[in-house]
Design a protein around this ligand. Sequence first.
Ligand code: SAM
Length: 287
Amino acid sequence: MVLEKCNGLSEGEVTRFSQFQGPEVEGLSKNAKKKLNKKLRRAQTKISYLEIRRELRKKKRKITTLKRREALQKGEPVKKKNVIKRMADSMSTQRIVIDLNYENFMSEKERMSLAKQLEFCYSSNRYSAQPFQLYFTSTVDIIVSERFVQTIPYWRSWDVFWKNENFMHLFKSEDLVYLTGDSPNILIDLDPKSVYIIGGLVDHNRHKGLTLRRAESCGIRHACLPIAEHLKLSSSKVLTVDQVFKILVEFQNCNDWLGALLAVVPSRKLLRLNSGDHPTVETEKLA
Ligand SMILES: C[S@@+](CC[C@H](N)C(=O)[O-])C[C@H]1O[C@@H](n2cnc3c(N)ncnc32)[C@H](O)[C@@H]1O
């Protein structure tokens, strides 16, 4: 079976080229061979990534089917697929904040993009088995903005806590943890008592360290997702707002960072899996 084309090479081509036999590589210059080698390594990584992701999804489906079958046999009520739950009905008390206090740091296009990302976050939460208690804070600017209303006309009906106030006025500062790709602290677990904040910012990392500085100036804890512990990325480990949110949703469901990261991080960002040979990192347990 031919897998999806990876970096321009199919699975068959990868296998064929990796044996380095036959006329395909004969007559190639040293440089061309080097390039082919590099392409090959990336393609192999991508294929193993796709295979692992497929395996994890298969496993997840199997577990769900088994659970449904078991429940049916016991005569217990079986949960329908894609049940949309409201936050009030969720068993999760975990609070997640999206800090929308960055309007002045974004271009018009980036603000539009943020509105779309907030929609993705909302949708991930709605379809989660146990939705988070989701807060949008410092919403004063964003909800009066015409562009936001245009992008998401039905935002008023969203099952989200819309708060004009800054997060510092809503929660105890000792409970707050700002998530930021620039933090030297690694998030190990989700602590139900803590409130995790995601910066509502689309800036293509133009404002490097902005959220870290905000956390420091507020005197609250900060942490980054344990990406380097599990994956080696081809580009920056700074992810988008909706990707970070979705990783938290996945982690809450499976309690496994690798599974959560693989379910969300786009394969084009991935160079290799680090599982098994984790780099040593100073970790600070934030849970
Ligand atoms: C596009 S990033 C914004 C990058 C921005 N330059 C900054 O200073 O954070 C959007 C938000 O996602 C969260 N985020 C992105 N990558 C992360 C990572 N690796 N670990 C933890 N949080 C991350 C942060 O809350 C960040 O503010």
